[in-house]
Design a protein around this ligand. Structure first.
Ligand code: GLN
Length: 336
C-alpha cells in the first residue's frame, strides 16, 4: 500500500540571526508542491513540535551558538530535533529533516576548524553530520562570489520534474541537470566527510590566507596523530609566534588523503560531479593551494550546503528539501 500525501507540511526556519526571511520567501514561492507548505520562524523550543522539518540559515555561526545557548532550552531541543533517532542506528533516517546552509551547516558539523577567536569554550555546535568544516575557507565578506556548483539530486518523492517548465517564475533553464548558481558569502568548506555521508557537490578553490594557516596546522596535527575536533584560528597562529606570519609562504599539500582522517575513498568515489570552475579569490593564499573541497552533503535526513540557495534565483535546493520533508512525513505517519 502506498501512502498518499499528508494534507500539508510546515517548515521551521531558525530565526535567531541571519538569512531566515530569505529562506521563508524561497519556500513560500514554491508553487508546484502537491501539498500546501507553510513556514514559521523558530525562536523557542516548544515550536519544534509544530514543524515537519527545519532550516538553519546562513549568518554567523558563533552568534547563533551564543544566542541559542542562552535561550532557555533551545539548543538542547535543537540537538534532540537533529539527533533524535528511534532505531539506534544513528543514521538520522527517522528524524524530521534538517537543512543547514553556510553558518547553519557549520552548526551541524561534528568537527570544525577556524573557529572564532572571541569565545574560549569553542564553537557551540549542534552536530549530527560527520564532516570536518573550515570556517571562512573562501575568505571574508569582500571575497564573496558566485560560482557554478553541481545541482541537487532529483527529489526521491518525484513530485516534479525540472525538465518541465515548473512555472515558478524562477530561472531554471537547462532543467534538472543545469549547474546551480552557488552564492558563497564568508563561506565554510567541508574538508572531509565520513563514510555514512553522501557527498552531493564539490568545488575547486584556494583557501584564504587565514584558512591556509589553519589548514597547515591541521595537517601538522593530523600527521602527529591528533584527532582534531575543534581548532581556532588563534590556535593555529600561535605556532607561528616569534617568526611572524608570512601568509604568502603558506603552502599545503594538495592531496585529499593528507587531509582525510575518516574516508578519503568515500570522497574520491562519491557519485557526483565537481564543478569544473577553479576560483582564484581575492585574498587567496596562493593559486597553487587550490584544492577540491566539498560544498554539499547529506546524511540521512540532514542536508548541508556551504552556499546560500535562498538568495539564488533558483528554487531547486528548496524543492529538494521540501521533497525530503514530504517523504519523511509520509513515512512517519500513515496517510493511506
Ligand atoms: N554566510 C554565512 O553564513 C557565513 C558563515 C560565517 N562565516 C560563520 O563562520 O559563521
Amino acid at each position: 500500500m502506498t501512502n498518499s500525501n499528508p494534507p500539508s507540511i510546515t517548515i521551521g526556519v531558525l530565526a535567531l540571526q541571519g538569512a531566515f526571511e530569505e529562506h521563508q520567501r524561497a519556500i513560500e514561492s514554491i508553487n508546484n508542491s502537491p501539498v500546501p507548505i507553510s513556514t514559521i520562524q523558530i525562536r523557542s523550543p516548544h515550536q519544534l513540535s509544530q514543524i515537519d522539518g527545519i532550516i538553519l540559515p546562513g549568518g554567523e555561526s558563533t552568534a547563533m551558538g551564543l544566542i541559542g545557548d542562552s535561550t532557555d532550552g533551545l539548543w538542547d531541543a535543537l540537538k534532540n530535533f537533529v539527533h533524535g533517532d528511534d532505531d539506534g542506528n544513528n543514521n538520522n533516517n527517522n528524524n524530521k529533516p534538517t537543512w543547514g546552509t553556510c553558518a547553519g551547516m557549520i552548526l551541524l558539523a561534528e568537527r570544525c576548524v577556524g573557529t572564532s577567536a572571541v569565545i574560549t569554550k569553542g564553537q557551540s555546535l549542534i552536530g549530527g553530520v560527520d564532516i570536518l568544516v573550515c570556517r571562512n575557507y573562501f575568505g571574508s565578506q569582500i571575497s564573496s562570489f558566485e560560482m557554478n556548483t553541481p545541482p541537487p539530486p532529483k527529489p526521491s518523492s518525484g513530485w516534479w520534474d525540472h525538465s518541465n517548465n515548473d512555472n515558478d517564475g524562477k530561472t531554471n533553464e537547462g532543467g534538472n541537470n543545469a549547474p546551480f548558481p552557488g552564492v558563497f558569502i564568508r563561506a565554510p568548506a567541508i574538508l572531509t566527510a565520513g563514510p555514512d555521508v553522501q557527498v552531493l557537490g564539490k568545488v575547486v578553490a584556494a583557501p584564504c590566507r587565514a584558512a591556509a594557516v589553519v589548514l597547515r596546522e591541521l595537517e601538522n596535527k593530523i600527521a602527529a596523530g591528533e584527532n582534531v575536533v575543534q581548532m581556532g584560528v588563534v590556535d593555529a597562529l600561535e605556532r607561528e609566534a616569534g617568526g611572524g606570519i608570512t601568509y604568502s609562504d603558506v603552502r599545503l599539500h594538495n592531496k585529499k588523503e593528507d587531509m582525510t582522517t575518516t574516508s578519503a575513498t568515500d570522497v574520491t568515489k562519491a557519485d557526483m560531479t565537481t564543478s569544473n570552475e577553479c576560483l582564484d579569490l581575492p585574498g587567496a593564499s596562493d593559486g597553487s593551494n587550490a584544492r577540491e573541497v566539498i560544498c554539499a552533503v547529506q546524511k540521512g535526513n540532514i542536508l548541508c550546503t556551504a552556499f546560500h540557495p535562498e538568495i539564488a534565483d533558483d528554487l531547486r535546493w528548496h524543492e529538494y528539501f521540501v521533497g525530503m520533508v514530504l517523504e519523511a512525513k509520509k513515512q512517519r505517519e500513515s496517510y493511506c
